[in-house]
Ligand binder design. Structure first.
Ligand SMILES: NC(=O)c1ccc[n+]([C@@H]2O[C@H](COP(=O)([O-])OP(=O)(O)OC[C@H]3O[C@@H](n4cnc5c(N)ncnc54)[C@H](OP(=O)(O)O)[C@@H]3O)[C@@H](O)[C@H]2O)c1
Length: 287
């Protein structure tokens, strides 16, 4: 039995749909805090059960009889999320899970200015010490996170997305395909894969690609780390996300997420979609 956590998240839900479309729904248990929200997945033949990383008892029930676990990292501030992940890893050990695939992050180091990196450093260390057979999928920033920023820039002519340095953005579909390969294939034990896109762009380059795709002048706002935090705050984002903005600015400035790894194509056998192509696919011809 394979279990996948986070069925109602963007990644978890899309991963489940992709598994179903490949005829792989049978024998997969999906866990979520709210099974009622996942009735579409139940209807497709998945077992959907309740589990919350804050409730060890719910995890014990959800992981019972599971051989392989795809653990999708949760959301929330760093001090909240570290114990949540520890709960999930410890429950996997108690349940006798043999193998775990964990969605980590590129450069999971607590010395990163990106404070969420410390979560992944802790979770990876917990998993390494657990005795579970592991695979780490270190995801880069998803291209889809840019969508609202790109939409706004198309309207206003100014890209407010504040990360200063180059980032090898990766598309969610490429993460999903690589995740399925790592979860269902052989030979991935003890391996770390960086799921990055093939092209690293900074905000000026992103604005230039968007400008060309839309056929109108769009520039980056070019703001500071503090400006990026202020933009996030004005959007009404939660405090822990506003606090993260400066870390995104500085980690990208330091080049922490700038390396195209080649790992998505090594896992899937096909080239992932680069950020320029992603932007053009969404915006070309839209003036
Ligand atoms: N977006 C990115 O650029 C990016 C990059 C690198 C890594 N990641 C990681 O990938 C994860 C998934 O991304 P996403 O776009 O799918 O995020 P999302 O749509 O915000 O989903 C958040 C996920 O966290 C789960 N979750 C939250 N609190 C939980 C709890 N207490 N117990 C169990 N599960 C909990 C949710 O599961 P249910 O709602 O089903 O319970 C859901 O699957 C993120 O949380 C992040 O750690 C994201």
């Amino acid at each position: 039995m394979i279990a996948i956590t986070g069925a109602n998240g963007r990644l978890g839900h899309a991963l489940a749909l992709a598994l179903h479309s490949r005829g792989l729904a049978e024998g997969i248990r999906l866990t979520t805090r709210d099974p009622a929200q996942a009735q579409d997945l139940t209807a497709l033949g998945f077992q959907v059960v309740a589990a919350d990383f804050s409730s060890p008892a719910s995890l014990d029930a959800a992981f019972s009889g599971v051989d392989k676990l795809f653990l999708i990292s949760a959301t929330g501030a760093t001090p909240v999320r570290i114990p949540l992940h520890r709960n999930a890893i410890d429950a996997a050990v108690r349940a006798g899970v043999r193998r775990i695939v964990y969605t980590s992050r590129v450069n999971p180091s607590s010395s990163s200015p990106y404070s969420f990196a410390a979560i992944h450093e802790d979770s990876e260390a917990r998993i390494r010490a657990s005795g579970l057979v592991w695979t780490f999928l270190r995801n880069n920033e998803f291209s889809e996170n840019l969508d609202p920023w790109l939409e706004e820039a198309r309207r206003t002519g100014v890209l407010e997305y504040g990360a200063k340095g180059r980032i090898a953005f990766v598309c969610r579909q490429d993460v999903i395909d690589a995740s399925i390969a790592a979860l269902t294939g052989n030979g991935h034990e003890g391996k770390i894969y960086e799921l990055s896109g093939p092209e690293a762009l900074d905000r000026d380059q992103i604005a230039a690609v968007l400008s060309q795709a839309c056929g109108r002048s769009i520039r980056s706002s070019g703001g500071s780390a503090e400006d990026f935090s202020a933009v996030m705050a004005a959007q009404g984002r939660p405090d822990f996300i506003v606090a993260l903005a400066a870390g995104i600015y500085r980690a990208s400035e330091a080049g922490e997420w700038a390396r195209p790894s080649g790992d998505p194509e090594r896992l899937t056998g096909r080239a992932p979609l680069g950020l320029s192509a992603y932007i053009r696919s969404k915006f070309a011809g839209l003036e």
